[in-house]
Design a protein around this ligand. Structure first.
Ligand code: ADP
Ligand code: XUL
Length: 524
């Protein structure tokens, strides 16, 4: 049996493509990681990249796939002979914005759960909607424009909720479901975010939404850190009762784990469930960054995260409630087309191999001799600029690999500057942070050192810290995140090359003009 130190903390991350688990000890060191890949290990749901793509921009994920993944992951942890009895608290992170619609029949679901049968068999009628809309969904443009109209414009909406109306944001998703099919809305007892849905499974009852994940809904007042009644009213009737009146701060202990998990997997009966949050707030927490630090997460989506003390809401970034400092906020810049776009370029121009992709980046001069590319996920929705003309392909296609990196990082750098962030160092996380060639381009564009972490899963690691915080708060409610004394485990990965950075700085204005024109496909 793998010997775990007494008192360890379990953090989950329900991301787009996988369900991941991390276990940390009392010193906040990672002792174990595991994961379930949706496409490969749950092929019966026919997802690609963890999602189902429908018509008119609809993108969903099967709720039962997530439910099955929970049992699969816990069984994997148990099979590796880990004594889960040492885990004192569990928390989690999840892809932001997605919504889960619990059916009327789900009311009191925890009272009926028995450990002999898997969760999915017992929750077969627990959801009013089988396929949950997720953050990649772009089908709610009409609802977004209506919300901005009702709130006297996008900037006004951003001033209250931290963001203009985004298609993926939950309020607009809920409004669409209400408008498209009243029976689904009527048969909905409770609406969870993906994070609070996952917490609900462990609690055996509906878990509250937390403030930082809740800031990605266009429904919360990010200054008062509670629902904004006028915004709820714009989306659908009786929405507060379906979302749950209470919105909780991150790190709040919610109660003991349901006996299903204790009896089936050997968790303690008094294991504390600490409320779950969004993957971006959890990632920011896992870095514990100081002023001037920016987290660049290169996962399925690309995001830039930062701590902001006095944020000014704008139309090109989102402001969320900070997950560990109740008076503070975090900035989020999100590009929906992250790793999948780089994969498209890798597959088309580098034989599907990251090694060939990297070799071709290194063979290409920084700045691509004045070329620029804005990429979607196929050739049809990509724009290439050579000289002053838009071309269907570069005169030498080798430029595509470097161009896909440069346009993304130049855009990030530009937006950080617009947000008033004087970036001193960048912390790279997510799947593509394992690629040193990519990180060199990142360092050169930002002109600052890039650091990375030995643990692969920043969001689930952040969730472990929340679990530990909630565990300590259960006995001393005055405990703060700083009391965890998390050590900085980042390691310097790449230093910027000064002349290359200067070349990028001199190209920023031209890039900014081009991205205003072509950025529609580039930015969310
Ligand atoms: P998620 O957003 O689902 O949590 P991850 O952070 O795990 O995603 O990142 C997954 C992505 O990482 C994959 O889609 C893959 O393209 C990318 N990736 C993995 N290895 C590399 C690599 N060596 N170079 C570039 N990208 C990589
Ligand atoms: C952030 C966003 C994505 C998701 C998926 O606004 O949509 O980063 O959280 O990871």
């Amino acid at each position: 049996m793998t010997e775990l130190l007494p008192d360890v903390f379990l953090g989950l991350d329900l991301s787009t493509q996988q369900l991941k688990a991390t276990i940390t000890d009392q010193e906040a060191r990672v002792v174990l990681e595991s994961s379930v890949s949706f496409d490969e290990e749950l092929p019966e749901f026919n997802t690609r990249g963890g999602v189902l793509v429908g018509e008119n921009g609809r993108v969903t994920a099967p709720v039962q796939m997530w439910v099955k993944a929970v049992d699969l992951l816990l069984q994997k942890l148990k099979d590796t002979q880990v004594d889960l009895g040492h885990v004192r608290a569990i928390s989690g992170a999840a892809q932001q914005h997605g919504t889960v619609y619990w059916s009327k029949q789900s009311l009191g679901f925890g009272e009926r759960l028995v450990p002999e049968k898997p969760l999915h068999e017992q929750l077969s009628n627990a959801f009013a909607l089988e396929a949950s809309p997720i953050w990649q969904d772009t089908s709610t443009t009409q609802q977004c424009r209506a919300l901005e109209k009702q709130t006297a414009g996008a900037q006004n909406l951003a001033d209250i909720s931290g963001s203009k109306a985004y298609e993926r944001f939950s309020g607009n998703q809920i409004a669409k479901i209400y408008q498209d099919d009243r029976t689904i809305y009527q048969n909905t007892q409770r609406i969870s975010l993906v994070s609070s849905f996952l917490a609900s499974l462990f609690l055996g009852t509906y878990a509250p939404i937390d403030v930082s994940d809740g800031s990605g809904m266009n429904l919360l007042n990010i200054w008062r850190r509670e629902w904004e009644p006028s915004l709820l009213g714009c989306c659908a009737p009786n929405l507060e009762s379906k979302l749950g009146k209470e919105v909780v701060e991150d790190g709040t202990p919610l109660g003991p784990v349901h006996s299903y998990f204790a009896r089936r997997y050997g968790f303690r009966e008094d294991l504390i469930v600490v409320n779950f949050t969004g993957d971006n707030p959890a990632t920011l927490l896992s870095m514990n960054i100081s002023e001037g630090g920016a987290v660049v997460s290169l996962g399925t989506s690309d995001t830039v995260l930062m701590h902001l003390n006095h944020p000014n809401p704008s139309l090109f970034a989102s402001i969320l409630c900070h997950p560990s400092q109740s008076g503070s906020h975090m900035g989020l810049i999100c590009y929906s087309n992250g790793s999948l776009t780089r994969q498209f370029v890798r597959d088309k121009y580098a034989n599907g191999s990251w090694e060939e992709f990297n070799a071709s980046v290194r063979q290409t001069p920084p700045g691509c001799n004045g070329r620029m590319g804005f990429y979607g996920s196929s050739s049809e929705d990509s724009i290439r600029i050579e000289g002053d003309s838009v071309v269907s392909e570069f005169s030498d296609p080798i430029y595509n690999t470097r161009a896909v990196l440069e346009s993304r990082f130049l855009s990030m750098h530009l937006r950080c500057m617009q947000l008033g962030l004087r970036t001193k160092r960048v912390f790279a996380v997510g799947g593509a942070a394992s690629n040193d060639t990519i990180l060199q381009v990142l360092a050169d564009v930002f002109g600052v050192p890039v650091y990375k972490f030995s643990s692969g899963n920043s969001a689930s690691q952040g969730a472990c810290y929340l679990a530990q915080l909630g565990f300590l708060r259960a006995s001393d409610p005055s405990t703060t995140f700083n009391d965890l004394r998390i050590k900085d485990t980042s390691q310097l990965s790449k230093q910027p090359n000064a002349p290359v950075h200067e070349m990028y700085c001199s190209s920023l204005e031209k890039f900014s003009e081009a991205s205003k024109k072509w950025g529609g496909i580039e930015l969310s």
